[in-house]
Design a protein around this ligand. Structure first.
Ligand code: ZN
Length: 388
C-alpha cells in the first residue's frame, strides 16, 4: 500500500466515478417512469433536512398556538371524521348588514343587496381558506405566519411585517388555516421542499392496494376514495375519503366544505381564496362557473399579485384568459365555484410551488414570501376597490 496514486488508480477512479454518475443520472431521469411506491419506501425518501421553525407542516400544535392569540376571535367550525378541529380565526369587527335572501335568490331578484349590501360596509371582508389538500401545507405555513403578523407585526421568522399588518387592520379577515385537518395530519414529510414529483404523487393522491399511484386526475374518478383496493389514502382526502375541493356541495359527504361554505354564507366576503400548491410557479387560476365580471376582477388581481412577486424576485406563472365554460374537458364546479354561488365572493384558487427538485425550485423562505405577497396583493386589491 502506498499513499501515491498510480495512473492505473486514476483510471479506475475515473471509471467508478463515471459509472456512479451515470447511475445517479439514470435514477433521476427515470423517476417519471416509477408508477408506484410502498409506504415504507415513501418514508425512506423523506430527506434529512432542517425544516425551519417558521414552517408549519402539521395541525397537531395548532390548538395550542391559537389559544394564545389575544387580538382575534377563534372558534372551531367543524370536527373532521378523524376527530380533529377545524378553526376560524377572525380579525376586525363584523359589520351588521340586512339579510333578506340567500345569494342566488337575491340575484334572481335582480338585487344582490337583498343578500347583503356589501357596498354599505366600511371595511372589505376577505376569506382565506387554508389547505383542503393535506400535502399542500405551504398555505398552513403562510396563514399561521399571517396570524402571527396580525398579532404582533412580525412573522415567525422574526421579520418585521408591520406594513402587512396595517393593511390587514383595514379589513375584516376570515382565516381558516386548516381546511382538511385529517389530510394534513397524514402528511408525514411536513413539506415537499427539495423532494420530487413522485413524492407528491404518493403523498398527494395516494396509492391503490398494489402500491401503484392513484395519480392525477385519475384519483378524482372515485369519490369517496374508499374500498378494499385503496392502499395509502392520499392527503387529498379526509379520513372518510372525502376531497373537500370536490364534495357534493348540494348534499355534503364530509364536514369540511359545508363548514367553509357556512362561514362564507354568513359573512358575505368580498374576496375569497382557496389555497393550494403544485409543482410549478405560483399561479392564480381562472374561477369556473362565475360571471365574466368576477373572472375579470380576479385576472386584475393576478396582475397585481404577479407584479408584486416579480418586484420581490419571486417567480410567477402565466395569466388565465377570461372565458366561458365548455370544451372537451370543461372545468369542474368545485369549492371555489361554490364559494361564489353561496356568498357572491369573488373567489379563486391559488397554486403555490412546493419547492420540488424537479419543479419550480423555491426554498422555505421563498414559499413563505410568496404566500405573504399574495395576501398583500389581495388586501390592496380590495382596499382600493373600497376607495372607488
Ligand atoms: Zn390542491
Amino acid at each position: 500500500m502506498t499513499g501515491k496514486t498510480t495512473r492505473l488508480d486514476r483510471i479506475v477512479f475515473a471509471i467508478i466515478f463515471f459509472v456512479m454518475f451515470s447511475i445517479q443520472c439514470f435514477a433521476e431521469a427515470d423517476t417519471d417512469k416509477i408508477n408506484g411506491m410502498t409506504y415504507e419506501q415513501a418514508m425512506k425518501r423523506i430527506p434529512e433536512r432542517k425544516i425551519p421553525n417558521f414552517w408549519i407542516g402539521d395541525v397537531a400544535g395548532l390548538p395550542w398556538r391559537l389559544e394564545k392569540l389575544t387580538k382575534s376571535e377563534v372558534r372551531t367550525i367543524a370536527i373532521s371524521p378523524g376527530g380533529r378541529p377545524m378553526h376560524l380565526v377572525t380579525y376586525g369587527q363584523k359589520e351588521k348588514l340586512g339579510h333578506k335572501a340567500n345569494f342566488n335568490s337575491a340575484i334572481g331578484g335582480r338585487e344582490p343587496a337583498s343578500y347583503m349590501d356589501k357596498s354599505a360596509r366600511k371595511k372589505p371582508v376577505i376569506l382565506f381558506v387554508g389547505p383542503v389538500h393535506g400535502a399542500e401545507v405551504e398555505a398552513l405555513t403562510g396563514l399561521v405566519n399571517f396570524i402571527n403578523i396580525m398579532e404582533n407585526g412580525e412573522d415567525l421568522r422574526g421579520k418585521e411585517q408591520s406594513k402587512l399588518r396595517d393593511l390587514g387592520l383595514q379589513c375584516r379577515l376570515l382565516i381558516i388555516p386548516d381546511g382538511n385537518p385529517d389530510g394534513i395530519a397524514r402528511f408525514e414529510p411536513r413539506s415537499l421542499c427539495g423532494m420530487e414529483g413522485i413524492d407528491l404523487r404518493f403523498w398527494g393522491q395516494g396509492t391503490w392496494s398494489d402500491d401503484t399511484f392513484c395519480g392525477w386526475p385519475q384519483s378524482k374518478r372515485r369519490h369517496p376514495m374508499a374500498g378494499d383496493d385503496v392502499g395509502f389514502l392520499g392527503c387529498y382526502f379526509d379520513d372518510k375519503g372525502i376531497n373537500p375541493m370536490h364534495d357534493e356541495f348540494f348534499a355534503p359527504m364530509g364536514p369540511e366544505s359545508p363548514a367553509i361554505l357556512k362561514v362564507a354564507a354568513e359573512e358575505g366576503p368580498d374576496l375569497a381564496v382557496s389555497l393550494h400548491s403544485h409543482e410549478s410557479k405560483p399561479a392564480v387560476l381562472r374561477p369556473a362557473y362565475v360571471t365574466t365580471e368576477v373572472q375579470q376582477d380576479i385576472r386584475s388581481l393576478a396582475e397585481r399579485c404577479y407584479a408584486l412577486l416579480a418586484e420581490r424576485g419571486l417567480p410567477h406563472g402565466g395569466f388565465f384568459e377570461v372565458s366561458s365554460e365548455g370544451g372537451k374537458n370543461p372545468s369542474p364546479f368545485n369549492l371555489t365555484s361554490a364559494l361564489y354561488h353561496i356568498s357572491g365572493a369573488n373567489s379563486f384558487t391559488f397554486e403555490c410551488p412546493h419547492g420540488l427538485k424537479d419543479g419550480c425550485r423555491v426554498d422555505f423562505e421563498q414559499i413563505l414570501d410568496i404566500q405573504l405577497t399574495l395576501y398583500e396583493a389581495m388586501i390592496r386589491h380590495e382596499i382600493e376597490k373600497k376607495k372607488l
